[in-house]
Structures are given as structure tokens and as C-alpha cells.
Design a protein around this ligand. Structure first.
Ligand code: ZN
Length: 227
């Protein structure tokens, strides 16, 4: 909370009667496939619907959202978790920024749970976790920086991310574990942009834990908005 400042009013949670979306891929204005280990950078205008499809199942899609008008106003895992009172993301989750602005809302989700605690893999963390022989394996942080550079997103603009389709269950004692098994082929998650936002994706190349089922695979991105 801002010291001495008035708390900003956060929009209330929308009611969602279904977890699936009836938008037709035939009418999508964005339809592209991101290969395993590759990335994506794009802008979603306010009101636009953006869907990520886990084509083969068990693929972690590391994702960052930014206010397109102010890149310092980026997605905040901490504020999102606190305000929704839950650690997992699902249909209805409101994705807040560090300024408590609503960036996007999850409007459809056929997977059921998404992580925002586990962070993104990096060459450095791979070495710590899995050994020096992983030092030169490609990692999400490098993809974020490579694609983010196109709009001026550098190391200082990388915050805690969302891992769509990734299963990081909390243990009874509060520990974090990397697990497998929630997503499946064709499952998808969809967000509605609540303002003009930039989406930055790393389709995770991790080979050293089960977050990608030990086999990174492509995902499909779809978008619906007025051009
Ligand atoms: Zn990764």
C-alpha cells in the first residue's frame, strides 16, 4: 500500500457464467503459433480477447503484461494474489499492475489453474538448480529480453511473471513444488485486455523439470478485437 496515500479503488470481480469461450478461431485477427522455446511480443487493445492454446499439453507459457502507455506499470503477482485472496490464477482472476490498475481479466479457462509464484527460468537459476552443465541451455529470461528489446523492455522491466498451464502446487507446509499433469492438448486460457496492454511471452524451453512434461512443445495464440 502506498505510504500515506489513499488506497485506489479496484474494479470488482466480473461474474463469469462459463469457463469456456464461444469465440470462433475463424474470425480471429491474431492467429499464430509460437514454437517451443520461442517468444512473442504484441499489443492487445482495450476490450480485445487474447487466447493461448496449449496445443500438445503440459507446456508452460511464461507471460508478462504491461500497460502499453507506461511500461513501468507492469503486471504484479504480489498485488494480484493479495487482492484475489488466492495464489492460483483461474477464470475470473483480475491481473493487476504495480499501480493497482486492472490490466486484464481471465475470461475463459479450460485448464483450471495457472501459476504466478514459480517465476521464469534463467540460465543462472538453471545452474543453481540443475548444475553447471545447464549453463548454456536457452531459458525464458533470454527470450523475454530478446523480444522485449523491440519496445525497450530490459532487465529492469522484468517482474514476476505468470506461468500459464504450469502446475506449482503449494505443499501443506507452504512449500512450492514443480509438478506435472493439469493441462492437456487443446486446453486454453483467455484474457480480456482492460486497457491497451503489451503481452510478452516466452514459450518455456525448460528441459530440467516437469513443467513442460520434459518435452517443450508449440502453443497457438489467438486474438479478437476491432482492427
Ligand atoms: Zn522457462
Amino acid at each position: 500500500m502506498t505510504p500515506g496515500g489513499a488506497r485506489r479503488t479496484i474494479p470488482t470481480r466480473p461474474s463469469l457464467s462459463t469457463q469456456a469461450s464461444d469465440l470462433d478461431p475463424v474470425h480471429a485477427v491474431l492467429d499464430t503459433v509460437v514454437q517451443a522455446g520461442d517468444g512473442y511480443l504484441g499489443t492487445i487493445p482495450a476490450g480485445g480477447q487474447f487466447r493461448i492454446v496449449d496445443l500438445h499439453g503440459n507446456q508452460a507459457v511464461d507471460t508478462l503484461f504491461y500497460d502499453a502507455a507506461d511500461l513501468t506499470n507492469r503486471y504484479s503477482a504480489m498485488d494480484t494474489i493479495r487482492e484475489q485472496g488466492a495464489v492460483y490464477l483461474a477464470a475470473g482472476s483480475r491481473l493487476l499492475s504495480i499501480n493497482l490498475d486492472l490490466l486484464a481479466t481471465i475470461t475463459a479457462d479450460t485448464c483450471g489453474r495457472h501459476d504466478t509464484l514459480g517465476g521464469a527460468c534463467a540460465q543462472e537459476s538453471n545452474v543453481v538448480r540443475y548444475g553447471v552443465h545447464t549453463r548454456h541451455q536457452h531459458a525464458c529470461r533470454e527470450t523475454f529480453l530478446r523480444y522485449g528489446a523491440k519496445v525497450g523492455i530490459g532487465p529492469r522491466q522484468l517482474g514476476h511473471n505468470i506461468n500459464f498451464f504450469m502446475n506449482v502446487p503449494l505443499t501443506a507446509t507452504g512449500g512450492l513444488t514443480f509438478a506435472d499433469g493439469l493441462s492437456g492438448p487443446g486446453k486454453y486460457v483467455q484474457v480480456r485486455a482492460e486497457r491497451d496492454i503489451i503481452v510478452l511471452i516466452s514459450n518455456c524451453p525448460q528441459l530440467n523439470n516437469p513443467c513442460n512434461g520434459w518435452d517443450p512443445t508449440p502453443v497457438r495464440l489467438l486474438g479478437w478485437w476491432a482492427r
